[in-house]
Every structure is written in C-alpha cells, then in structure tokens.
Design a protein around this ligand. Structure first.
Ligand code: SF4
Length: 251
C-alpha cells in the first residue's frame, strides 16, 4: 500500500497523541497513507497529493521556496504485513488511519487490522476521512470511530467532488461517526448548518476546528470560533499537535 514517506525514507507511522476531535489527547499510532481524492488549498498534508505537473493550487504557492512535490520522493510502498509489524513495535493498541484519504486504501487497512486482531490483542482504530467514500462492510466492522471532515467551499474543491451524498448519508447514520469542520471565517457557518440540517445531525456530534498551520493563525480564529461553538451548541476542537509541535511531520 502507498504510505507517506518521511524525509529519512521511512513510512509515516508514528506514536503520538491524537490532536483533534473526540479523542484529543489519547495516545495513538498514526498510519499516514498517501494520495487524496480532494485538493484542499489549505491542506497541511499536501505532500500526499500536490504532485509536480498537477494543476492544483495551494495557499503555500505564495510562500517563497514552496514547490510541488516529486511523487516518487513522497511515497513508500509497504505490504499490509510490514505495516502491521511496524505498528506492533509501539507500546500502544489504538490506531489512527489517516492520510491523504485513508479510505482509498480500504482493502489494505482491512488486511492490516485483520493481522493485528489475529494476535489476540484488542485493537481499536479511528479513521480520519473527508467523507467522500463509503467504507466497505469489512472495514466498517473493524473500525471503532470515524472522524468525518466534509470539506466546505473554503477548501477550494468543487462541490460535486467534496460532498458525496451516499457517503455522507452512511456516516450520518453510523453511531461511530463524528463530524469535524475546518472553519476559516464566520461565514462558513451557513454551509455547516445546511449540511447539519440535510443530514439531520445532532449538534453534539459536530466539532468546529480553526483552519491554520501556525499557532498564530489558530489563536486568531479560536478567539471567535469558541463563541460560535458555544452559541450554536457545537463542540470546539483544538489542534493539539500543532500547539505542541508545530507543523513537524511524524509527531
Ligand atoms: S481531504 Fe484532507 S488530505 Fe485531502 S486535500 Fe483535503 S485536507 Fe488534505
């Protein structure tokens, strides 16, 4: 399967604390797959999709020295059994399957979780997904929690690509799914309320999280977003990993 590759050539599989959403602060092993079916202009894992020769734009295009990535440098191919072996080397039994878009690797994750569960250990696994793909029933049976982050217009993706009714309906009806929206401006609220109403979501299942890659950007948006969450009955999600380590990879 295709995983994100760290600059030292190793796969981006690391032991850390979950930084966002319902499980914030929980120790977890992150498995970062490569490739994404969306191209968010503020994406902080753009090394999983913003390849040389592609037409997609990114906020960082304005930064001096920023360049699209060479695909060969950013991907490492590993078998599911090799991934399972790496995962077993950490003193933890909770996984976060992330990306990119991890549900592009549905069958590989089924194999990894099946191997791990055959060890007679109890494993739990959450998935960080953009909510455009429906997991297979095999994968669904192995997943403890979905963190579904449908993308808003602020992501720069065409609406037809970012909002897939069948997948969103699946997640809305799953008791394991929580919704997490990346918010750039107070005007994003109307879109969130529209989705909430279409999917009949209880506000208690919804997290709002500030967009931003630096502590300064996050602090600026947090200042008004916490009030908005309080007034609308949504949960607020911080981005603990950015506060602790900044945009460092493998943390
Ligand atoms: S869906 Fe997630 S990984 Fe894909 S481009 Fe958007 S933020 Fe990045």
């Amino acid at each position: 399967m295709k995983l994100a590759r760290l600059p030292d050539g190793t796969p981006e599989i690391f032991h850390t604390l979950q930084g966002e959403g319902l499980s914030t602060g929980k120790p977890a092993i992150f498995i970062r797959s490569s490739l994404c079916n969306l191209h968010c202009q503020w994406c902080d894992t753009d090394y999983t999709w913003n390849w040389e020769g592609t037409p997609w734009t990114h906020d960082r295009d304005r930064e001096p020295g920023y360049a699209k990535f060479r695909k060969e440098d950013q991907i490492i191919d590993l078998s599911p059994s090799d991934v399972a072996e790496t995962v077993r080397s950490f003193p933890c039994h909770h996984l976060v399957l992330t990306g990119g878009e991890p549900l592009l690797h549905d069958a590989d994750f089924v194999e990894i979780l099946t191997i791990l569960n055959n060890d007679n250990d109890t494993w739990t696994a959450e998935v960080e997904t953009n909510g455009t793909l429906t997991p297979s029933s095999e994968l669904d049976a192995l997943i403890t929690q979905y963190n579904v982050s449908p993308k808003l217009a602020n992501s720069g993706n065409d609406q037809k690509l970012r909002l897939k009714e069948d997948a969103l309906t699946f997640f809305a009806s799953s008791p394991k799914a929580w919704f997490k929206f990346v918010v750039s401006a107070p005007e994003d609220l109307a879109e969130i309320q529209d989705l909430q109403s279409r999917l009949a979501l209880d506000p208690d299942r919804i997290f709002l999280m500030p967009e931003g890659r630096s502590p300064e950007d996050l602090a600026l948006r947090t200042a008004w977003l916490v009030d908005l969450c309080r007034d609308q009955g949504y949960r607020f999600s911080q981005r603990l990993h950015l506060a602790l380590w900044g945009p460092k990879r493998g943390k």
